[in-house]
Write a protein that binds this ligand. Sequence first.
Ligand code: CO
Length: 459
Amino acid sequence: MRINFTETVLRDANQSLVATRMRLEELEPVLSEINKAGYYSVECWGGATFDSCLRFLDEDPWVRLRKMREKMPDAKLQMLLRGQNLLGYKHYPDDVVRKFVQRSVGNGIDIIRIFDALNDTRNIRVALEETVKCGALASAAISFSVSPVHSLENYVKTVRELESMGAGSICIKDMAGIMSPKQAYDLVKAIKESVKLPVIVHTHCTAGLAYMTCLKAAEAGADIIDTAVSCFSGGTSQPATETLYYALGELGFETDLNINAVKRVNDHFLPLRNEYFKSGLLDPVVLTTDSDCLNYQIPGGMLSNLISQLKMQNAMDKFADVLEETPKVREDLGYPPLVTPMSQMVGVQAVQNVLSGERYKNVGNEIKSYLRGEYGTAPGKINEEVRKKILGDEKPLEGRFAEMLPPLFDKTKAELGGKARSDEDVLSYIAFPTVAEKFFEKRLEREENITTYTIERID
Ligand code: CO
């Protein structure tokens, strides 16, 4: 029996616990240690890193990637990509998706984990094919959710399709941390029996299930689990690398992990974590267990969102009604997984339905786009009556939304002119226009300051 580990401290743990605020200079000294620790892969880029680097850290995300590549020459560097949405929630045309994949691999990424919130494989295909074409490993992820249509049969069907598309591994991505040990066991087993690919399990400790879930997943034959070094584990983050190494090792699982190196990695992050506690960047609340989501079948983040919406409107007395309405809205919409952005959309709609006294009287633009099919195909059947009430006789989209979008890369590059110094800059701009533009300006200022300084010194 073997099990391997993907270390998430650089990306998901960083994102889940400290809002991706760790700076490259804080990470850099430990990278050579991570490089030697025998992880299956190191998740270090994508997701919110890109946005956070540009917006808050005044850091070029591409420079961060190249630095990590340089300091971790042996490790497999992994990134997270939201299929046709890349790093955000908007759909991009295919030329941008392909270019983004090309430059990610070109700058050092080995594995791209690609997912779509609705598990619509059409939103995964272009990124997946391009990843394979670039010689990297495409790890196709299925978003885990619980609903009548999220059955083992449907997951297996999706996974088979992803295999035929060229996926090199399958990840079960439980971003809300709601997957129970039994669900993990059954799902891993079903996938292992249907495809020949390595299976990875990604979950969060939010609801307190993750250690048990990983254990049962390993017993069912999972090949890789996502974990974070202990001082950045738990709560909304992943379970601890060292703890699962210990527990699974005792049960006879062999790993490639160099536990002494892992310890040194943890030693590096411990004082940083303590600093984040002190500065308030790391809120102890995110490290606690939140089991409400198990009672309500609503992810923790979404629940607190509902509460804050109701408080803002002075309507906490309607909380029970909203809790009852939320699963109904989800059913009407064909059971989208309650993850960003669907969780917010469903939540806002449920609150609207209750407070306005009439269901679907007020409907946001996002829900309209969703009902038009712009996000992809819903996992289940959309309630036709609801669709009619909101969109009238408008027909839903036939093909894939991204096909209707004209190519964007060359056009943007031409428009940016000298502001963008590389194709990477153009991609930063396409992903986060306002933030990237500010970053470019600051970068220029910084360089001018350095030049002046140098000249003064020479004089
Ligand atoms: Co995650």
